[in-house]
Every structure is written in structure tokens, then in C-alpha cells.
Write a protein that binds this ligand. Structure first.
Ligand code: PRX
Length: 691
């Protein structure tokens, strides 16, 4: 009673649960489905017609095909991006310069004099025009419990959280770590940071306390926003406990906001503040901070081939514009569509295509809290039919998992609302492509395999930029987005001009969504992306350009592996494993895995004097990797070896280990340069003896 009296005196009434938003839903109108059956047959040279891009075609009426608009975007980037930036974003102060780059030092600036606020662009301007339009549909873990949040409600929630943050001392430029389930609270928290100019760093809520702590420390964050618990696939995850463990290791943390997901009683210490209580007392008016176009918007940590994960930095206007433009044109998004990207907000796909791209375009976007198989393998398609989803964007690993079940799990649900299917994160193999296209999409939807990265901010290659009905070939992202000049470089570091070749996939242009730096380490940014092929951005991926000029991704060229669509540095896993006192040496590699894309394989040498059995050590190591990184990083196979294959200078020959892990010992090639070639035979035998 005391609490509610205090709240009433403060003008807030009873604590309002930020999640309770039922009752305001206006049924989103479903766009008519289109058929690509009438597409012109692809003849290898014919260009594809683009849907009009009014800002460009009004001024340049001849630009009607993708090829001509793409060419224009490369030749006249100022004209192209300047026009789009003016019409698609709302500015508090206009920019006069479009692009301003210093290649030598790898500084890229877009619209530098412009001032704007991201939350105004993603929420206020839509709430002004369409307050009752649904912004978010929260597909909660239990099917059938979806909640709807209108633009007006989202604006209120963003302002409340922003006021709470501001009142508690969070300032412009401060870093705020978010460790949250996929939920309206997560979106409101991200946008609340942008409202006051704070920089969010969303940490995937499956990461361990150790991983969260290292990200908090690297960012120097003083504030964490979390929730009591998360629920996923029917299981409860103790988020607050993980945060407590992480915060105990981080002296920088001054405050932890705890939102309510399940309402469970959790430990509340001196730094902990109930976000629902504080927000219910806060005003729904919050003046937006006037941000510079190049002010930092967010950090997102991602794995590299060496060292600890790096904080990729995105800045305000360029990122937002690129997310919005690619959301519209890679997916042919139209007003009234229901955009269903099932990625977690802890990854870049969630940032760009659950939150920023769709909201900048005033779309209705789905927040998917569950898993593809909960409570059964029909979950995705049940969600599509209940919510009337028009665009379904997911990862190949989920498709590979689902295609193992009966077709009936797909067929029993009405999927007539679907118009566009999308895939991202890993190569989309032919079997998964056909299952998605033929069974799920009934061959009448456009399926776009989109290639991009945390560092690119948005989609870079996609089969049909702005071109409904563009011919699409299975299993490749095919064509560049506007402003993107894909380049393949050879081992000599030079650009390869011909078609029908393989090379290192680089970008020979600058685009607004490019990451600006690695947080606190610009040298690492230059060394990783700019130095390997001078004059180009290097993606770390290899690609094939076919005879018709279409791009096909062949995989990472570095020591990064792609497990269930998540990037994982082999060095990170090795660091965790070598912490075990009985492990002398370890080498981790990726190998092809039917469902996960790549599996994790650890070859290890134990110390001479061990007091545990191999089974005990393996069990310890699984726990260790889970606690240092996350569940998905735990190796699928641990193989104890007597030695690792090394060159005479002591470098581990991973090429050989990759072949053994892939079950191809006959392809080892020349091993005579090894310091001790006999170790290879021992490893091959140990591998063959695996159950
Ligand atoms: O190897 C590529 C792979 O995912 C990497 C980027 O991972 P991340 O930064 O976590 O972002 C994932 C979501 C954008 C790339 O270097 N990748 C991404 N999309 C594709 C892909 N590989 C093949 N085909 C794709 N469509």
C-alpha cells in the first residue's frame, strides 16, 4: 500500500507492466499476394525492371532498371544517397555534404552537418500520422498469446524509459548494455537510448555471464537493462542471475534496470531498479536529443579470427538510412505488410530488420520470442497464419532443421498471406532453398537469399533489389544492392575483372551503412577490413562470380566459423578450453554439419599427468565453454590426440585438421613440411575410432 501511495503521489498510479498492451490492436491490412509466374525468363544478359524509386526516377526518368539505378548509385553517390536521405529521414537540421571520406585513415562520414534523432524517425513521425497503426507484434513463447503495440504506445514506452534513464544520470554518449529477451521492452530500451543519445550495446541473452562482463568492460558501460527472466522454448532462463554474476566482475556498473517478463521474484541489490515501477511513474513526453549524423548509435560485439570479440560501431544517419532503404527494396516492403524477421535482437539481423529498418519505414514488425520447434515443428507457419505475416525472414539452419519433419507440419497452416521469403546468415543450400520455396512458399513467393554482415549494417547482395518478379536462382544472393560494388580479389591482392572466377569478396565502394570503427581500437578496424586489400573493404568471405555475373558465397576465408548462423572465432573457443588445467594444447576448427551449417571440432593434447578420465575432462570443457561464451560454442566433438600437426616454425596446420574433421583424410595433400608427420596418422586413427 505504501508503494502504491508513493506512486500515486508521484502521479504514476499502479506500476504499469510495460508488456501489457492488449486492446489497442487495429487489424493490419493484408497486401494482395503477387505471383512471379510471369517473370521474364532469365537469359543471362537481360536486365531486370525496378519498382520506381520516386526520389530518383522523378529526376532521372530513364532510370528504370536495376542495372541503371545501381550504376547511377555508384557513379553519383552524392545525388543518389542525398536524395534518399532527404526524403526518407526526418532531419532536425539539414546536411549540406553527403559523403566525406578519408580513405587513408579509414574514416567514413555521411551527411556530417545533419542533425536528427533515431527514435523520432522510428516512432514519433509515424505516431503523428498513424497513432493506432501496429508497430510491434510480440509473438511470445507460448503460441496464441501475441500482443500488439501501436506506434502511439511505443512512443509512450520509449519516452518513459528514456526519462527513467535520463533521470538516473545516463547521459548522451554513455554506453548502456542491454541483456533482454526479444520483447517490446527490448525495442523500447534500444529506442530510449537513441532518444537521449546514449549508445546501446545489445548482448544476446544466450551469452554467459563471462561474455556479458567482457562486453560491459570493453564498452565501459555504467548501466545495464535486463529482465527478471526470459522464456524460450518453454524453458525459463534466469537473466537477472546471469547479470548479477557479470556485474560482480565489472566495477564500472552503477545501475541495473530490471524489467518484468515473468514477474518472478528476483534478488534486488543496491544498484538494481525496477524498470516497470520507475517507468510507470515517468512522463510519456521526452524531448529528443539532437544527434549529429555521425554520433555513435550502437555497438554490437562480433567474433573475429583473432582476439576477443570486437565492438563494431555504427553511427546514426548512415546506418538508419541504409537499414531503411534495404528493408524496403530488398524485400519489396509495402505499407500494410506484416514483416516477420525471426532473428533475435541480440544479432545485427535483429537490429536492422526487426527494429531499425522496419520502424524507420513505419512498418508492422514481428518480435519472435520462441524457437522454430516449440511446441512443435509447425511453430513458424502457425505464427505466419495467426499474424498474417507477408514477409518471413529466417536463417538456413532453422530450415535445415525443419525440413527433416513431415511436410504436414507446414501444410496444416494457412500461408496465403506470405509474399516474400528471406534467408540470411549462412549459405542456403539447394535442398533447404527448394523446401522453403516450393513447400513453404508454394512456388509463388519471391525467395531472397541475402548476404551481409554485422559490419555492413544492412543487406549488400540480394537477388532482387527493388525488382518484384526478378528471376531468382537457387542458393545464391546474386546481385548487389544500390551503392555496393562487389569486387573479387585474387591472391595477388588485385581485383579480378572476369566472370566465372573465385576470389576474396571485397567492396569497392563506400555505402552509408558501413561500420565506422571497432570500439576503442581503430587500428584493429583498419587491419581487419581495410588493410588486407588496400582500397577495398574486405568481408572475410570468399565468393564465386558465375559467367553471368551473379555472386555465390563460398564461406569464410579466416578462422571464423559459422555455427547455426552465429559467428564464432575458433580462437575464442581455444582460449576457453586452455583454461582447463589438464589441457596442454588445443586447436578448434569447423566442419560441415547437416543442420548447424558448421559444427565445432576440438583437437586437444592433454598434459602428461592428468588425474581425470577423458570423459570427465570433456564434461568439464563443455561446462567451461558454455560458461565462458555460450551454449552454441560448445564443440560437438572433442578428440584427444598425442600431438597436433605443426610446421617446423611451430604453427598449427589447421588445413590438415579441417580435412580430418570433415572426414576426408585422403585429401590431406603434402604433409612432408610438418615437423613430425607421424602425428597425422595418429590423429586420423583416433578420428576413425570415434563412435
Ligand atoms: O560468412 C558470411 C555469413 O555470415 C557472416 C556475417 O555474420 P554476422 O556478422 O554475424 O551477420 C550475420 C547476419 C547478417 C558473413 O561474413 N553470411 C551472411 N549471410 C550469408 C552468409 N553466407 C552465405 N550466404 C549468405 N546469405
Amino acid at each position: 500500500r505504501l508503494l502504491s501511495k508513493a506512486l500515486q503521489q508521484a502521479g504514476g498510479g499502479a506500476p504499469r507492466r510495460l508488456y501489457c498492451t492488449k486492446g489497442f490492436f487495429k487489424s493490419p491490412h493484408r497486401a494482395a499476394t503477387t505471383s512471379s509466374a510471369t517473370s521474364p525468363k532469365f537469359d543471362g544478359t537481360s536486365d531486370i525492371t525496378s519498382t520506381p524509386i520516386p526520389e530518383i526516377t522523378d529526376a532521372y526518368p530513364d532510370l528504370l532498371t536495376h542495372r541503371s539505378i545501381h550504376q547511377f548509385s555508384l557513379e553519383q553517390p552524392d545525388e543518389f544517397w542525398g536524395r534518399l536521405a532527404k526524403s526518407r529521414l526526418e532531419w532536425q537540421e539539414e546536411f549540406s555534404t553527403v559523403t566525406d571520406h578519408d580513405f587513408k585513415n579509414s574514416h567514413f562520414r555521411w551527411f556530417p552537418e545533419g542533425k536528427l534523432n533515431v527514435s523520432v524517425n522510428c516512432v514519433d513521425r509515424h505516431a503523428r500520422r498513424h497513432p493506432d497503426r501496429v508497430a510491434l507484434i510480440w509473438e511470445k513463447d507460448e503460441p496464441g498469446q501475441q500482443e500488439y503495440v501501436t506506434y502511439k504506445q511505443l512512443q509512450d514506452d520509449v519516452c518513459r524509459v528514456a526519462n527513467v534513464l535520463r533521470d538516473s544520470g545516463v547521459k548522451k554518449g554513455d554506453r548502456v548494455a542491454l541483456y533482454l529477451p526479444v520483447s517490446p521492452l527490448a525495442v523500447a530500451s534500444m529506442l530510449a537510448c537513441t532518444r537521449i543519445g546514449a549508445i546501446h550495446s545489445v548482448v544476446f541473452a544466450g551469452f554467459s555471464a563471462e561474455a556479458l562482463a567482457s562486453r560491459i568492460k570493453d564498452a565501459g558501460a555504467e548501466t545495464v537493462i535486463t529482465a527478471d527472466q526470459a522464456v524460450r522454448g518453454g524453458k525459463v532462463i534466469e537473466l537477472k542471475k546471469v547479470v548479477d554474476e557479470a556485474v560482480a566482475k565489472c566495477s564500472s556498473i552503477k545501475r541495473v534496470f530490471v524489467g518484468m517478463r515473468t514477474g518472478a521474484k528476483v534478488n534486488m541489490g543496491p544498484k538494481d531498479i525496477s524498470l516497470d515501477e520507475a517507468a510507470s511513474r515517468a512522463s510519456t513526453q521526452c524531448s529528443p536529443s539532437v544527434q549529429g549524423a555521425e554520433d555513435l548509435l550502437f555497438l554490437l560485439y562480433t567474433s573475429g579470427s583473432t582476439g576477443s570479440p570486437k565492438g563494431v560501431v555504427h553511427s546514426t544517419a548512415g546506418y538508419l538510412l541504409y537499414a531503411a532503404v534495404t528493408h524496403k527494396h530488398a524485400f519489396d516492403y509495402r505499407d500494410g505488410d506484416v514483416f516477420g524477421c525471426v532473428a533475435d535482437i541480440g544479432w545485427i539481423t535483429g537490429h536492422s530488420y526487426v527494429v531499425y529498418g522496419p520502424l524507420a519505414n513505419g512498418a508492422t514488425t514481428v518480435l519472435f520470442e520462441s524457437t522454430p520447434t516449440y511446441p512443435n515443428p509447425g511453430r513458424y507457419w502457425d505464427t505466419v497464419s495467426r499474424l498474417g505475416i507477408t514477409h518471413f525472414y529466417c536463417a538456413p539452419t532453422a530450415l535445415r532443421l525443419l525440413l527433416r519433419y513431415e511436410d504436414e507440419w507446414v501444410q496444416r497452416y494457412d500461408r496465403s498471406s506470405l509474399r516474400v521469403l528471406g534467408s540470411v546468415g549462412e549459405p542456403l543450400n539447394h535442398e533447404a532453398w527448394h523446401w522453403f520455396n516450393d513447400l513453404v512458399g508454394e512456388k509463388r513467393c519471391d525467395l531472397v537469399d541475402t548476404w551481409w554482415q554485422t559490419e555492413t549494417g544492412g543487406i549488400m547482395l540480394s537477388p532482387r533489389p527493388s525488382s518484384p518478379g526478378a528471376p531468382i536462382l537457387p542458393g545464391m544472393p546474386m546481385r548487389p544492392m544500390f551503392g555496393m560494388r562487389p569486387v573479387l580479389c585474387g591472391t595477388d591482392g588485385k581485383e579480378i575483372p572476369e566472370n566465372g572466377v573465385d576470389g576474396a569478396l571485397c567492396v569497392g565502394s563506400v555505402w552509408p551503412g558501413i561500420a565506422r570503427t571497432v570500439y576503442g581500437d581503430h587500428k584493429r578496424y583498419i587491419d581487419t577490413y581495410m588493410a588486407p586489400y588496400p582500397g577495398y573493404y574486405f568481408s572475410g568471405d570468399g565468393a564465386h562470380r558465375d559467367k553471368d555475373g551473379h555472386y555465390h558465397i563460398t564461406g569464410r576465408m579466416d578462422d571464423v566459423i559459422n555455427v547455426t548462423g552465429h559467428r564464432l572465432g575458433t580462437a575464442e573457443v581455444e582460449d576457453a578450453i586452455t583454461e582447463h588445467e589438464e589441457v596442454a594444447e588445443v586447436a578448434v576448427v569447423g566442419y560441415p554439419h547437416d543442420v548447424k551449417g558448421e559444427g565445432v571440432f576440438a583437437f586437444m593434447v592433454l598434459k602428461e599427468e592428468t588425474h581425470s578420465t577423458n570423459e570427465e575432462i570433456t564434461a568439464d570443457l563443455k561446462k567451461l565453454v558454455r560458461s565462458q561464451i555460450a551454449g552454441y560454442a560448445v564443440p560437438d566433438v572433442f578428440l584427444v590426440c598425442s600431438g597436433l600437426p605443426k610446421t617446423r616454425s611451430g604453427k598449427i596446420m589447421r588445413r590438415i585438421l579441417r580435412k580430418i574433421a570433415s572426414g576426408k583424410p585422403e585429401e590431406l595433400g603434402d604433409i612432408s613440411t610438418l615437423a613430425d608427420p607421424s602425428v597425422v596418422e595418429a590423429i586420423v586413427n583416433a578420428h576413425a575410432a570415434l563412435p
